[in-house]
Structures are given as C-alpha cells and as structure tokens.
Ligand binder design. Structure first.
Ligand SMILES: Cc1ncc(COP(=O)(O)O)c(C=O)c1O
Length: 361
C-alpha cells in the first residue's frame, strides 16, 4: 500500500528542531522563556495587533476571552453554524444562550442573517463570534460596523486563518480580540497551541493573568479569583517561532496546491481574496457523491473528510436558535476537504487527481 496522504499534517524540520534544541540547551523548558516571548512578538506583528498572548490551544484562547467578559446566562452568543465546535463550546460551558447563523456561499457567516439575529436578540449582553472558515476571512469592516451598531462584542475566531488577509487587514486584526490555533493540522503548528490577539491592554493583561492561575502580583501565592493553567510552554513556543519564520513559504506552497486543485476543475467554494488555502474543498453532486469520493480516496490511502457538520444539526445544540441554515446544510451534504498539507509532493497530488478524475461531472 502506498504511503498515507494526510489532510493537513504538521510541516516541520531542521529549523524547528534547532530552535527546540536552543530552548532545551538554555534550560528554558518551563512555561516561560525567550522563545515564547519572541513567538508572541511575532504573532502580534503578523496580526497587526498591540498584544499577543500565547496559550495552550485555540479553545483555551476562546475560553479565556469568555472568562474575561464574564460570560453567563445573561449573554447571547451568536456564531456561525458552519464551524468546528470549539467556536461555540466555551460559551456553551458558561451557560450563555447560543444562536447560530447560516453561511453565505463563501462559507462564512451571512452578514444579513447576522443583522437579523442581532435585531431579534433581547439579551442584555451580546457577543458575536465570527469564524474565518477554512482560512478565508470574513468581511471585517461589515462585521465591525454591525456589532458596533448593536452594541455587541465582536470576537473573531481566526483559528484556521493564520496568515490570511481581508483586503490589507491580516487575520487576527478584527474585533475586540481574535484567536489563532496552532493545532497539529493548522497552517503553522506548535503541536498544540493558540493565541489571543488584541489591541486592548486590559484584555491582554487579564488573559495572561488568568492563563497563569490568576496569581496576584505579590510575594506569595495570592488569588482574588480562580484562573486556569493555559500557558504555552517555551518548548512549544520555540516550534512556533521557527514555523512563523517559514510562514511566507508555507503560504506560497498552499496557494500552489489550491491553484492545482482549481486547475483540474470541479465545483468548489468561490475563491476569497487573501485566503491562506488551509483546506481545499470539493463539492460533490449530492451526499452519496460526497461519501463515495471520501471512500474512493480512503481506498487509495488518502485522508479526506466532510465539511464541518453545522452546529444547528448537532444534537447537543438542538435547543439553540438558527437563522437560515440551508446553505451550511448543503455545504455539509456535498463538501469534501481534500488533502492540502504543505509537504504534498507532485506525486501525492497526482494520486489525489487520479481519484478526482473519476468523480468529474
Ligand atoms: C474554527 C476553529 N475554532 C477553534 C478551534 C480550536 O483550536 P484548538 O484545536 O487549537 O483548540 C479550531 C480548531 O481546531 C477551529 O477550526
């Protein structure tokens, strides 16, 4: 059997190993250290933000933000239905009311439906968690205007969108705060990790403090609230620092893979300017076509998977409100995420092409 082609495996090598060795040799293998500091500085620069706080995952980054805003049942949190569960999970755990909004054809949150949801909300406090789906940025300008008009806190989940842009604005730059993920399958990885990006010094300080058990600035361990242990270790920061230096080359390779898939044809999501091409989507004719394509790829030892199952179809969120729903349902029914890893070779792409050829309309 030929070697397995994964969806989006980590792409690491000597640069990452050397940086980890440097951290190791200097004995900075505890949570804090110069590599994680430099990684944060690099992330803030990438996102065009004043502050970046590196944490243990994208989910932890969202959880800390929910904690900083003291989310509870008085809040309504409106987010995309077409996303990974972590966009909604931290708000769910804090008892906030959840409302989901359908996508437009780009796959991102439909701003007209978001307006409808904000108008309908009777909650005293509102938060919008917009998701840059599959590395394709939302329209930040429109979202910010809308959230300001309705007094809603805007958080952008850019977990999948490191290195992407909305016009001249980098992902991570929109809203009161945004988050990145460095999970193993993301554009850059620290094996597991995430970050909060913000211009607000109060939010940055609160996120940092709460990620470190909320210890007061005091000689002994003094606590006025209970925090979390969500820090990113310096060793993982070292991996991230090396990955960040490679990001331009990674984006170039991802764009070449996307161009390849587009050139061979078939229905896909419409291109979005500035996307980072994290995962490439192929839309089959129908649900049976989706499953057949995934099975045919699997038979050739090639990993693929359906587009995210919308949150409004998940049993756990069956009580939540949904605005629209048909587009995300259709994308789920027909969408297949194709292998898109930075390390894909021409031979790997040929193996995927061979299967795709059989599924051409
Ligand atoms: C849209 C989205 N939000 C949040 C997360 C959570 O990130 P992490 O896996 O680092 O916790 C992910 C991915 O994993 C994601 O795809």
């Amino acid at each position: 059997m030929s070697k397995r082609i994964f969806l989006s495996p980590p792409y690491v090598g000597k640069a990452e190993r050397d940086m980890v060795a440097q951290a190791f040799d200097s004995n900075y293998i505890a949570p804090c250290g110069p590599q994680v500091d430099a990684f944060e500085a690099g992330l803030a620069k990438l996102a065009g933000r004043r502050f970046a706080v590196a944490v243990s995952s994208g989910t932890a980054a969202l959880d800390l933000l929910m904690d900083c805003f003291e989310l509870d049942s008085s809040w309504e949190v409106i987010t995309s239905s077409l996303t990974f569960i972590a966009s909604a999970g931290p708000a769910y755990h804090r008892g906030a009311r959840l409302a989901f909004v359908d996508s437009d054809r780009s796959g991102n949150l439909d701003v007209r439906l978001l307006e409808k949801a904000l108008k309908a909300s009777r909650a005293p406090r509102k938060m919008v968690i917009a998701v840059d789906l599959y590395g394709r940025c939302c329209d930040y300008g429109k979202l910010e205007k809308l959230c300001t008009r309705f007094g809603a806190v805007l958080i952008v989940d850019s977990a999948e969108a490191v290195g992407a842009k909305c016009g001249v604005r980098p992902s991570g730059s929109a809203g009161v705060a945004a988050i990145y993920s460095f999970n193993g399958n993301k554009i850059i990885t620290t094996s597991g990790g995430g970050a909060v990006l913000t211009d607000d010094p109060g939010i940055a300080a609160a996120v940092r403090k709460r990620s470190q058990q909320a210890r007061e600035n005091c000689l002994w361990y003094e606590h006025e609230r209970v925090g979390y242990n969500y820090r990113l270790s310096n060793i993982l920061g070292a991996i991230g620092l090396a990955q960040l230096a490679r990001l331009p080359a990674i984006l170039k390779k991802r764009a070449a893979i996307a161009a390849h898939y587009r050139a061979i044809g078939g229905e896909s999501l419409p291109p979005v300017a500035g996307e980072n091409h994290w995962l490439n989507i192929r839309l089959a004719k129908d649900e049976a076509g989706r499953d057949a394509l995934i099975a045919a790829l699997a038979a050739e030892n090639i990993e693929s998977r359906p587009v995210w199952k919308p949150m409004h179809l998940q049993k756990v969120f069956c009580g939540a409100k949904i605005y629209g729903g048909k587009i995300s349902e259709d994308l789920f029914r027909r969408g297949v995420c194709l292998p898109s890893g930075t390390g894909m070779t021409a031979a790997d792409l040929r193996r995927v092409d061979k299967v795709l050829e059989r599924f051409k309309a």
